[in-house]
Each structure stands twice: as C-alpha cells, then as structure tokens.
Write a protein that binds this ligand. Structure first.
Ligand code: F6R
Length: 263
C-alpha cells in the first residue's frame, strides 16, 4: 500500500487527482472510474474537473460506477446518490450521463439489483480506478464493520453511527434511510487500482486501522491491505496516529523519477 501524507485537505485533492489522472491517461479514453460520494473526494473531483477544463484529461468516453445508493429515496431526491453523483461528478467532469451508473435503490426489484449491478460492472470490463472515502467507523462504500471481506453488491442495513454521520445532509436523522445498496468489499477489491482519501482528525482511528491494523471485517477498509495497487492519500490530522508516518513521508520524498506524480 502506498501512503501519501499531505499538509492539508486541498493538497489531498490535488495529489489524489494526480493518481487517478495517471491511471485514466494510461488506460485511455474508455477508462472505467469507480466514484464515491461524501465530502472526502470533493476536492479530488474539483481538481479532475480543472484538468478536464484545461484539456489535459478527456473523460467524455469514460464510464463511471458509483459505490452505493440509499434505498427508498424518491427519484430526483437531492440527497440520493444518483443526484449527488450528477452534481459533483457527471457534470463537472463532463461525463456522458448515459455512461454513469448508480446502484438501483428503488424498492421494486431490489432483491435482484445487486447482481444486475455486478453484471453491469463486468460488462464494462471492470473498474480501472476506484475512488474511496472511509467512514469514521472504517466502512468503505456502505460496508459497515462486520461485512464479509468477500461481499459483492447487495442491500445492507445502515449502522446508527453512519445514519448519525449522514444526518448533516438531511433535515433530521429520521429522514436518513435505514437501508442502502452498496458494492461489496470483494467488488471494491476487484478494481484494478484503489485510491482512498481521508481528511480530518475524525478519520485518524479509521486511517490507522486501515493502514496498520489487522485485516479484519471489523475495519472493512483494512481489506485494502490485500490489494496490489492501493494508494491512501490523507492530511496530517487524519495521519496523526500512524506509527510509520515518517517512513511513509520518506518513501514519498525519495520517489524515483518514474514514480513521481504530475500534481
Ligand atoms: C460514499 C461512501 C462512504 C463515504 C464515507 C466517508 O459513497 O461510500 O463510504 O466515503 O462515509 O464519507 P465522508 O467523505 O463524507 O466523510
């Protein structure tokens, strides 16, 4: 796992975008992106949007697959992840809306929705680069602690902690849905590159768990330790509990020329 510690959240966005852009350029126009919602990747998306506007990155033929969706929100609800992805990813990155996929959280047909999403990812040839945030409880996607490390896209019950954390997007916690449909940890691990961003002191426990803790379903993000190409980009407060922080800084400072990012 590659760990990059940045001075602040803005730099996290710039560096993580450089990692994503490097994969996208290497793969070519048909790159398949995996995209997360939440606050963590917003600076990353803004930086990618600047690259698209400047003409150094063309995503018009790219496909994108969102990690997760709430169950039961009406179509067009501003906090549905379909809408969040449209506002924060599809429009700023100039993606073709027909090539952007979000799990189907409508109540009808829900039992088959996970497999249909897995099939769509497979039909696209798999995800080339998956962007991730991490929950304060160590979740990735909506895979709460206790989720199988081999899980695939399916319906899950949100933990009270996650509903409380996400209440800031709704008028009250009672309006936060109780269920979601999320890519599984096995689905996420099947992406060819993973880029996880984490900022702020509230993520320090999750970051130390995922980078230096045991691989355990109690910290779903620790599954990234099993991936060949996983990059974690975090700011100083999120990195505060890492025992090997100095070594990670040394690795970044001593990168060989061909390893250096175009930040
Ligand atoms: C979002 C997602 C979640 C978030 C996580 C962190 O699609 O899957 O795992 O990445 O809850 O959320 P923020 O970034 O808002 O702290």
């Amino acid at each position: 796992m590659e760990i990059i510690i940045c001075p602040d959240a803005e730099r996290v966005g710039e560096v993580a975008a450089a990692v994503v852009a490097r994969v996208a350029v290497a793969v070519g126009p048909s790159v398949v992106l995996g995209v997360a919602t939440g606050s963590s990747p917003l600076a990353l998306y803004e930086n990618l949007a600047k690259r698209v506007a400047a003409g150094t990155l063309d995503l018009s033929d790219a496909q994108a697959f969102a990690l997760d969706e709430y169950v039961g929100l009406p179509a067009g609800h501003p906090e549905s992840y379909a809408e969040v992805i449209r506002r924060t990813v599809t429009e700023p990155l100039k993606l073709d809306p027909a090539r952007v996929h979000v799990p189907d959280g409508r109540s009808e047909g829900l039992s088959g929705a996970g497999q249909r999403y897995e099939d769509a990812i497979a039909a696209a040839g798999g995800v080339d680069v998956q962007i991730l945030g991490v929950g304060a409880n160590g979740h990735i996607g909506f895979n709460e602690p206790g989720s199988s490390l081999a899980s695939r896209t399916r319906v899950k019950t949100l933990s009270q902690r996650t509903r409380d954390d996400n209440a800031r997007f709704f008028d009250s916690v009672d309006q936060v849905p109780t269920h979601c449909i999320t890519q599984g940890i096995g689905t996420i691990l099947a992406a060819r590159h993973l880029v996880l961003v984490a900022t702020g002191a509230a993520k320090a426990d999750a970051v130390v768990g995922l980078v230096e803790g045991p691989v355990t379903s109690m910290c779903p993000a620790s599954a990234l330790q099993l991936h060949r190409f996983a990059t974690v980009v975090c700011d100083e407060p999120a990195a505060a509990k890492l025992a090997l922080a100095d070594y990670y800084r040394q690795c970044f400072d001593e990168q060989l020329d061909w390893q250096k990012l175009d930040v």
